[in-house]
Design a protein around this ligand. Structure first.
Ligand SMILES: C[S@@+](CC[C@H](N)C(=O)[O-])C[C@H]1O[C@@H](n2cnc3c(N)ncnc32)[C@H](O)[C@@H]1O
Length: 229
């Protein structure tokens, strides 16, 4: 079957075949290096709403001029988040991803001033600290993808008063433990005075469920404001 003739059922089968407990992010790098060419098409078929939901959440709370804002898109993939933000007037993007092939797709958008390859967790976030008006990560805070410890680096990259938006899916047994770890780390960082929560949203239509018909995977969107020292 030609890739461009794939149906939602084909993509669901593909997603199920990749759904195993990946505990090493190098596995996810391999997966996305293969997937990059058809990622947008496949996730469009799956009614993937996460980038749009992230951008709506940011724009509800962003008070500056989008044209002047510097945005760090972490695990940027093919650039879907930046494409949605650009529609709202955001213009300056830097991106980081662990997959070279996904970065090549992101480069084609022409939106990023800088794109860096880094497997976060094993490698440090290759971004300046304390300068970004918005730091966003969508679809990568899951087991075997971006380790919970990286959340501190996201906060570090934001400027004082900047927003950090994190959107993730909540499905999968192994991710229950990940989410508990994540929630503990977010709480710890709040107690340390690094940031304050702006809001948390439960997303009931993150994307189609690969295992069921007419049911959506749910997700969570977190928005924090970095403290002003
Ligand atoms: C589901 S895609 C999301 C991409 C994009 N944010 C979006 O919403 O379309 C997950 C992305 O996370 C990247 N990724 C996964 N684990 C990573 C890691 N440890 N470090 C950097 N990127 C990672 C993958 O390469 C992939 O591009």
């Amino acid at each position: 079957m030609s890739e461009c003739n794939r149906t939602m059922e084909d993509v669901k089968t593909l997603l199920q075949s990749t759904d195993r407990p990946r505990i090493d992010p190098r596995e996810s790098r391999k997966l996305y290096n293969v997937w990059a060419g058809t990622y947008d098409q496949d996730f469009t078929l799956m009614n993937y709403k996460a980038p749009q939901l992230a951008v709506e959440f940011i724009s509800e709370h962003f008070s500056g001029n989008p044209e002047d804002a510097l945005v760090l898109d972490v695990a940027c993939g093919s650039g879907w988040v930046a494409r949605r933000m650009a529609e709202l007037g955001f213009k300056s993007f830097e991106g980081v991803d662990g997959s070279r092939a996904m970065l090549d797709q992101a480069a084609k958008t022409g939106l990023y001033k800088d794109l860096r390859l880094a497997l976060l967790g094993p490698e440090a976030l290759p971004a300046r600290t304390g300068v970004f008006d918005v730091v966003v990560i969508v679809g990568a805070l899951n087991a075997g993808y971006v380790h919970v410890s990286v959340v501190r680096e996201l906060c570090g990259a934001a400027k004082p008063g900047g927003l950090v938006c994190m959107v993730r899916s909540d499905h999968g047994g192994i991710n229950i433990e990940y989410k508990a770890d994540l929630d503990r780390e977010l709480q710890r960082m709040e107690e340390e005075g690094l940031w304050t929560p702006v809001g948390i949203k439960l997303l009931d239509r993150y994307m189609e469920d690969p295992y069921a018909e007419e049911i959506c995977v749910s997700g969570t969107a977190y928005l924090f404001k970095k403290s002003i020292d």
